[in-house]
Write a protein that binds this ligand. Structure first.
Ligand SMILES: *[C@@H]1O[C@H](CO)[C@@H](O)[C@H](O)[C@H]1NC(C)=O
Ligand SMILES: *[C@@H]1O[C@H](CO)[C@@H](O)[C@H](O)[C@H]1NC(C)=O
Ligand SMILES: *[C@@H]1O[C@H](CO)[C@@H](O)[C@H](O)[C@H]1NC(C)=O
Ligand SMILES: *[C@@H]1O[C@H](CO)[C@@H](O)[C@H](O)[C@H]1NC(C)=O
Ligand SMILES: *[C@@H]1O[C@H](CO)[C@@H](O)[C@H](O)[C@H]1NC(C)=O
Ligand SMILES: *[C@@H]1O[C@H](CO)[C@@H](O)[C@H](O)[C@H]1NC(C)=O
Length: 385
C-alpha cells in the first residue's frame, strides 16, 4: 500500500517535471491584462529626467524607458522588459524591480492588479501620497518602498500580506504608530522603518516575530521603553533604535537567558537563549538611563555597540572585555564614571569612544584615574537627576 502510493506520487512528480519542462520550452507570453497594467503604469508615472536618483550610475537609470508596446513578438511580451520577471510556467508577472526609475506621483491602481507579484521594488523614486493600491498584492514576500515621499499612517493592510519576509519603508514620511496588524507578519526577517515620523512606543509584539533578523527603527520619534520581549528574537543580527526618544533602562532580556511570557496569549514560552547572533546594537541618541549592563557581555558575536548620547551612568563593566569581536564601541556623551577597561578590544578604542563623560578616566583619555579619585570624592549617584 505504502509502496504503491510511493510509486503513484513518483509518477505524478515525473509528469509534473516533464510538463513543466514542456511548458517552459513554450515560454508563455505575458498576460494581456498584466501587460496593460504595466503600460498604463509607465504612461502615467514615468517622466524622463537626466538624474532621478542620487545613488546610481547613469546606465542603471530608468529601466522603464526601454519598455515598448510594439507589436513585434519579444517587444510586446512584457516578460522581456527590463525589471520585469515572469513565472516560467504561468507567464504571470511575479517580480517588478523599478528602483531608481524616475517614477513619480501616487502609486497607481493599475499596479494593484498585478496580484501574482511576489517581489516589488519601487525604492528611490518620487512616489507620493498613501499606498491604498497595494492592498490586493497579498502574495508579496519582498516589498521595498524606501526613499520615496509616501506619507500618512502605515496602512493596516500590510498586516494581511502574510508571506512578507522583507519590508522596507525607510526614508519616507510615514507618521502614526507601527500598525498592530504587523503582529501577524510572522515570516518577517527584515523590517526597516527608519527615517520616518513614527510615534508611540516600540510595540512589544515585535518580540513574537521570531524570524526577525534585522530591525531598524532609527530616526523616528518613538518613546517609552525598549520592550523586554525583544529578547525572544534570537535570530537578530542587527538592532538599530538610534535617534528616537526612548527612555528607561536597557532590558536585561537582551543579554540574558530569561523565561519570556507571550503577552498576548498568556503562554509561557520556554527559554530559548540570548541574542547570540547579534552583531550590531545601536541605541545611540535616545534618553536611556541606568547602568551600562554587564549582561551585554553575553552577546558574544557583537561587532558594534553604540550607546552614545544617552544618560547611562555608573562604570563600564569589566565583563565587556569578553566581547572579543567588538570593533566599534561608543559610549560618548553619557554620565559614565570610573576607569576604562584596558584589556583585549578595549586596548584598541580611541578617545572619541568615551568623550563627553566627565567621570571616566584612564587610557585613552588624558585624565588619570588617581587624579579623578583625588579631585572628585562624590559618589556617581550624586550625578543623577
Ligand atoms: C482589491 O480587490 C477587491 C476584490 O477583488 C476589489 O473590490 C478592490 O477594488 C481591489 N482594490 C484595489 C486597490 O485594487
Ligand atoms: C534601513 O534603511 C536605511 C535607509 O534606507 C539604511 O541605511 C539601513 O542600512 C537599513 N537598515 C537595515 C538594517 O537594513
Ligand atoms: C548608530 O546610529 C547613529 C545614528 O543613526 C549613527 O550615526 C552611528 O554611526 C551608528 N553607529 C554604528 C556603530 O553603526
Ligand atoms: C548573561 O550574563 C549574566 C551576568 O552577566 C549571567 O548571569 C547570565 O547567566 C548570562 N546569560 C547567558 C544566557 O549567558
Ligand atoms: C561616538 O559617537 C559620537 C557622537 O555620537 C561621535 O562624535 C564619535 O565620533 C563616535 N566615536 C566613534 C569611535 O564612533
Ligand atoms: C584624545 O586624543 C588626542 C590624540 O590622539 C589628544 O590630542 C586629545 O587631547 C585626547 N582627548 C582627550 C579628552 O583625552
Amino acid at each position: 500500500m505504502e509502496k504503491e502510493s510511493f510509486h503513484f506520487s513518483y509518477i505524478i512528480l515525473l509528469l509534473t517535471v516533464v510538463a513543466s519542462h514542456f511548458l517552459a520550452s513554450i515560454q508563455p507570453r505575458c498576460h494581456e491584462d498584466e501587460r496593460s497594467a504595466l503600460v498604463e503604469f509607465k504612461a502615467t508615472f514615468f517622466t524622463r529626467k537626466p538624474q532621478c536618483c542620487y545613488s546610481t550610475t547613469s546606465d542603471e537609470k530608468a529601466k522603464i524607458e526601454s519598455w515598448k508596446a510594439l507589436t513585434e513578438e519579444t517587444q510586446s511580451d512584457c516578460c522581456y522588459w527590463a525589471g520585469v520577471k515572469c513565472d516560467k510556467i504561468s507567464g504571470h508577472v511575479i517580480g517588478l524591480d523599478l528602483s531608481c526609475s524616475c517614477v513619480s506621483g501616487h502609486i497607481p491602481h493599475s499596479l494593484g492588479n498585478l496580484t501574482p507579484l511576489v517581489h516589488l521594488d519601487l525604492s528611490s523614486n518620487r512616489l507620493i501620497g498613501t499606498t491604498p493600491s497595494l492592498q490586493n498584492l497579498t502574495l508579496l514576500t519582498h516589498l521595498d518602498l524606501r526613499e520615496n515621499s509616501l506619507h500618512g499612517v502605515i496602512p493596516n493592510y500590510f498586516g494581511n500580506i502574510l508571506k512578507l519576509n522583507h519590508l522596507d519603508l525607510s526614508y519616507n514620511q510615514f507618521g502614526g504608530e507601527v500598525p498592530s496588524s504587523f503582529q501577524r507578519l510572522s515570516n518577517l526577517k527584515h523590517l526597516n522603518l527608519s527615517g520616518n515620523f513614527l510615534t508611540g512606543e516600540v510595540p512589544s509584539f515585535l518580540g513574537n516575530l521570531v524570524q526577525l533578523k534585522c530591525l531598524s527603527l532609527t530616526g523616528n520619534m518613538l518613546s517609552g521603553q525598549i520592550p523586554s520581549s525583544l529578547g525572544n528574537l534570537v535570530q537578530f543580527t542587527s538592532l538599530d533604535f538610534s535617534v528616537n526618544r526612548l527612555t528607561g533602562e536597557i532590558p536585561s532580556s537582551i543579554g540574558n537567558l530569561v523565561q519570556l511570557i507571550d503577552i498576548d496569549l498568556g503562554n509561557l514560552v520556554q527559554p530559548i537563549g540570548s541574542l547570540k547572533q547579534l552583531k550590531l546594537l545601536n541605541l545611540s541618541n535616545n534618553m536611556l538611563s541606568g547602568l551600562l549592563p554587564p549582561f551585554l557581555a553575553n552577546l558574544t558575536n557583537l561587532e558594534a555597540l553604540d550607546l552614545s548620547q544617552n544618560q547611562l551612568s555608573g562604570e563600564i563593566p569589566q565583563e565587556l572585555t569578553q566581547l572579543t569581536s567588538l570593533a566599534v564601541f561608543n559610549v560618548s556623551y553619557n554620565r559614565l564614571t570610573g576607569p576604562i577597561p584596558q584589556s583585549r578590544q578595549f586596548a584598541t578604542f580611541e578617545n572619541n569612544s568615551y568623550k563627553g563623560n566627565s567621570g571616566l578616566c584612564g587610557t585613552p583619555l588624558s585624565r588619570k584615574c588617581g587624579d579623578l579619585k583625588a579631585s572628585s570624592p562624590s559618589s556617581p549617584t550624586s550625578e543623577e537627576d
